[in-house]
Design a protein around this ligand. Structure first.
Ligand SMILES: *Cc1c(COP(=O)(O)O)cnc(C)c1O
Ligand code: SF4
Length: 374
């Protein structure tokens, strides 16, 4: 896998600090790993001021050196389309700016807050919908800056859950993470911490024994990772997830539906089958947000519905995620299902099933008809 980096020792390649320090951050660096097409080179030229480029040697080495449509390659290499902003696309598609109650803390739902702990990521995904902030400065938030967020969490006892995201929350060092979780957990009303990170995918060597021992102190800790394609489920990625899970960290996955990368039943089925084998539970299949410059990644809503239709019943329900749309404006996430109900008539509801047959369910007779939602 790492034939593109023959001069690097195995120990260095397996160290996350080496991966982050040696991140490939320009077109020449990537061209040393594989030959770029003219279109890819144009993508670099046109997006220089649009969104930062960066990829770990580990993740770059997963890309197919010959096939520009490789699902890994599509996630990391800029394309010229990114420079085009379409009508309806938004810099802040999820309305996070107006809901930022103190610096770096978004309070959108009554009992959950989102902490933007860093703007850095090991890999800058070309479809990132938080591109307005991610990779902008590549400076860590200072402790003082996050202090206000910790105070807000302590003062609001309706907050039950803190989602530590970014950027990639695990770009922070172990001591910073320790300090952050300690501050969050010192609020007695916080039931759990959720950490959003792509590290198991883009830099699995980040999951070290030291990180595990830090996270283990603050259970329940949920790690929400972000696999988009089965090609990302390498032995290293699997070992990282296993180490977290064996230590009692709960690992869920969120996938973004991406045109030309994973937008068909077979891709999502293969990915999720593999994830459950890795003990990682598929949580959301996300509809791509309406962020600026990523229309070429977006699929129509019907595609997500067709995928769920193709999974439900055909494979383990454990491997079927919820199809989630974070509606523009930050008004909340909604989930969508294919239409399973084909008719309603009084007590009777007629369903179609995954095989295409139909069946009728009768509501109990001895309840008030106003309780039947028909
Ligand atoms: C997605 C999100 C959450 C969490 O939503 P769940 O449906 O609980 O996963 C919370 N706050 C913000 C701002 C979010 O974007
Ligand atoms: S890891 Fe997440 S926040 Fe970072 S670039 Fe990728 S999608 Fe954006």
């Amino acid at each position: 896998m790492r034939r593109a980096f023959p001069e690097v020792s195995d120990d260095a390649f397996a160290s996350w600090s080496w991966q982050v320090k040696n991140r490939i951050d320009d077109v020449e660096g990537l061209a040393r790993v594989f030959e770029l097409t003219d279109e890819e080179r144009e993508g670099f030229a046109r997006t220089r001021s649009v969104f930062r480029f960066g990829v770990t040697p580990y993740y770059a080495a997963l890309a197919d050196p010959r096939d520009p449509s490789c699902p890994i390659r599509r996630q990391i290499v800029p394309r010229p389309e990114e420079a085009t902003v379409r009508i309806g696309e938004l810099a802040d598609p999820l309305g996070e700016v107006p809901r930022e109650v103190v610096p770096n803390l978004v309070h959108r739902y009554p009992d959950r807050v989102l902490l933007l702990s860093t703007d850095r990521c090991p890999v800058y995904c070309r479809f990132c919908t938080r591109r307005r902030i991610v990779g902008r400065t590549e400076r860590q938030s200072t402790r003082a800056l996050l202090d206000e967020a910790f105070e807000y969490i302590a003062e609001h006892d309706e907050i039950r859950e803190v989602i530590v995201s970014g950027g990639d929350a695990l770009m922070l060092g172990d001591n910073q993470i320790d300090h952050m979780l300690e501050r969050i957990r010192s609020a007695p009303h916080v039931d759990l911490v959720r950490i959003g990170t792509r590290m198991p995918v883009t830099c699995p060597m980040r999951v070290t024994p030291r990180l595990i021992s830090v996270l283990s102190k603050y259970k329940p800790v949920y790690v929400m990772t972000h696999f988009n394609h089965v090609k990302e489920c390498t032995a290293e990625a699997e070992a990282a997830c296993a180490a977290l899970i064996d230590a009692g960290v709960v690992v869920y996955n969120q996938t973004v539906l991406l045109r030309g990368i994973n937008d068909d039943v077979e891709s999502i089925a293969a990915l999720n089958r593999r994830l459950v084998r890795m003990r990682v539970t598929p949580y959301y299949l996300h509809q791509c947000d309406m962020a600026e410059g990523i229309e070429h990644f977006r699929t129509p809503l019907a595609t997500g519905l067709e995928i769920i239709d193709g999974l439900r019943g055909h494979m383990s329900g454990l491997a079927v995620p919820q199809f989630c749309v974070d509606v523009p404006g930050g008004l909340g996430k909604v989930t969508m299902l294919p239409e399973w109900v084909v008719a309603k008539d009084g007590r009777a509801t007629t369903f179609r099933t995954y095989t295409g047959s139909s069946a009728r369910y009768l509501d109990p007779e001895d309840v008030d008809s106003s309780k039947r939602g028909s």
